[in-house]
Design a protein around this ligand. Sequence first.
Ligand code: CA
Length: 467
Amino acid sequence: MSRLLCWLGAVAVLLTFGSNRLAVAEETGKREGGRPNFVVIFCDDLGYGDLGCFGSTRHRTPNIDRLAEEGMRLTSFYSTCGVCTPSRSSLMTGCYPRRVNMHKSARGEWVLFPVANRGLNPDEITIAEVLQTRGYATACVGKWHLGDQPPFLPTEQGFDSYFGIPYSNDMGTPQRRGINPPLPLLRNNTVIEAPVDQNTITKRYTEEAIRFITANRDKPFFLYLPHTMPHNPVHSSEAFRGKSANKGYGDCVEEIDWSTGRIVQTLKKLDIDDRTLVVFTSDNGAASRWGGSNAPLSGFKGSTMEGGMREPCVVRWPGHVPAGSICDEVSSTIDLLPTFAALAGADVPNDRIIDGKDIWPLLSAASGARSPHEAFFYYFRSQLQCVRSGKWKLHLAGKRAKPSPRLYDLDADIAEKNDVAADNPNVVKRLLALAEKARKDLGDGERAGTHQRPAGHVKDPLPLKMP
Ligand SMILES: [Ca+2]
């Protein structure tokens, strides 16, 4: 009897699955201008001033500049942290890093290192999982950095396929001898090359991305392309090596520009250009010593100065995002999940707090659209260091032994040079109250927040090696 029930159950599941697939196929056929494809090109350590369309005079980035001419530049777009792991946890979950406990490793380091026992909790609902509920094909091509153990890899977090390196490109054998395995290249969960040849990595990511787009031209798709470059050590393929005016760093940036151009050309050739939303941005600011620029911002990768967390960002969707437009309202990588969900007709998880907001009114330049964030919070590792509301940014006391909070008017003083706290006591008071709300909710230092969720944990992590 129980076997019969099992069998009937299996038939029911098959029928349900079959009809869901049919429903998805029908909707796909109807979605003129509706449910768009999404391509997120996410650079590693690319600075605010590293692109022509953001003022670089050293790097030639004609393809990304054209993306901006045909789309929108977001000039106050933020990552949630000045380093890789926390920043990426936000893009995936729509939450601040402390919300999902990915603001540090289990040992207190500010990113995950190889053979880490921590990773993005599989119970979190990623942007890829949200889109999968609406029939999207999903791929992650590039650097992951949200856990290198099997339960934490992209294929377990909503991506149908994965091709890339699991953490930063300086985390090979030389970094921690005897602990780090040779830097692995993975296809799905299997190491296929170690150490990976980094010279051709941008080129191979591009080929993989184009293969995925071409194979899924008739379906809605989500391509997440977190480049390995221009994170140090910089590498580029022969066609770009030694060709830029800014050494190896510039070569990398120019190869990423070529890659972006190839992807847009592919969308045009397949005639899916007008139903594909492309985002180009970076995970954190440029580092102080490898050749990148955050101009005109102050500060570098790792810091809560604007240069550490404000990113160059371009969004293009012909006919939907106005060509040649600029948006200076505060927005962030945490907003991509709710925005994409709304455009795809998917539900945002409602059983937990999601910090991001739907920024489609900003991207579509709706009249009078304002940032949906009353406040944006800048954390350095565990510590809340700054809060921005509108044009005002408050650096909280205690940071680098400063005895009192400092206030900057970012509209007038983007480089955070002139402390105007003394002239604006009411603004300081309002921003201090917002900071206190964040402390209570997300925590600060050793103080736990009331609404933090646990990271994923494995007991005996193993190195990723060739089978
Ligand atoms: Ca980074």
